[in-house]
Write a protein that binds this ligand. Structure first.
Ligand code: NCD
Length: 296
């Protein structure tokens, strides 16, 4: 069994398998894919949806859960180092799902642990299972992620979901991806260098909004800014409001990994474009699909 550290750890065939499993699980199909298996949920950083949907997915598949959702509740707070914590989890569990504030933490864990490690978000690096949910939502609405125009908007520098989404899109054929952000929050060059499709960067969403099929909005990642003043200056700069949404194509959709702060005006929620809560609902069936594929 393998580790899932980056969205590039999935192949297109595996994604097809996960999507068809998620379809079945959404329709109520039952499975005991994790029977007699224990999953460690090691969340060193805050989470709502990811933690809850991973734990619900494990329980639905009849697996056992151990773990924690706050670093303060672990012996790390007493000075235990990460490597020792990982070794212990590796003894107790069959899978380790880990979220950590440091880039590369999941990779580090996978080098120590014998059991598969699933990255549930490492710093500003990646959040691969979220990108599977994102692409699945696109599938649900357009039948395929291919041939569409995407617009990724907001904090493209620090949002790990953006990195995973940009990378997973290399397995598909997007027509074009617009990267919409203030100059200070442009996507990372090392991510862009590995892409195999056309991208265009802009700082004006109004210039491109009428072409976009999938608008993917991210929160400005306050906790990753080294300079609080810079955060304060930028935080209100990219807001999806009704004025922008009114320019969208009729069947275009808006996605967001959540949590939202104020980058999407709440009035947008009532428009037919808003699909972010539906997207969040796929967290459980997609993670069930991922476990089933890994365990099988
Ligand atoms: C994201 C994350 O943790 O990276 N949340 C999530 O898992 N859905 C996005 C964010 O925190 O902005």
């Amino acid at each position: 069994m393998k580790d899932i550290i980056s969205s590039l750890d999935f192949s297109r065939n595996e994604l097809d398998e996960i999507f068809s499993l998620a379809d079945k699980y959404s329709k109520g199909e039952k499975s005991e894919a994790l029977k007699d298996k224990t999953v460690a949920l090691a969340f060193f950083e805050p989470s709502t949806r990811t933690y809850l949907s991973f734990s619900k997915a494990v329980r639905n598949l009849k697996g056992d859960i151990i773990g924690f959702s706050a670093e303060e509740s672990t012996s790390v707070a007493k000075g235990e180092n990460l490597a020792d914590t990982i070794r212990m989890l590796d003894n107790y569990a069959d899978f380790i799902v880990m979220r950590h504030k440091f880039d590369g933490a999941a990779k580090f864990a996978s080098e120590i642990a014998e059991k598969p490690v699933i990255n549930a978000g490492d710093g500003k690096h990646e959040h691969p299972t979220q990108s599977v949910i994102d692409i699945y939502t696109v599938y649900k609405h357009f039948g395929t992620p291919d041939g569409l125009i995407y617009g990724l908007m907001g904090d493209l520098k620090y949002a790990r979901t953006v990195n995973s989404l940009l990378r997973i899109l290399t397995l598909f054929k997007p027509k074009l991806v617009y990267l919409i952000s203030p100059p200070e929050l442009r996507a990372r060059r090392e991510i862009l260098e590995g892409l195999n499709y056309s991208i265009k960067e802009t700082n004006n969403p109004f210039e491109v909004i009428n072409e976009i099929d999938v608008l993917y909005v991210t929160r400005i990642q306050k906790e990753r800014f080294l300079d609080e003043m810079e955060y304060e200056r930028i935080k209100e700069s990219y807001i999806v409001d009704l004025k922008l949404v009114n320019e969208m194509k009729k069947d275009a959709i808006i996605l967001h990994p959540l949590p939202r702060v104020n980058e999407i005006d709440r009035r947008v929620d009532k428009t037919p474009h808003a699909k972010y809560f539906e997207q969040a609902s796929y967290g459980v069936p997609i993670r069930m699909g991922i476990f089933t594929a890994l365990a099988g």
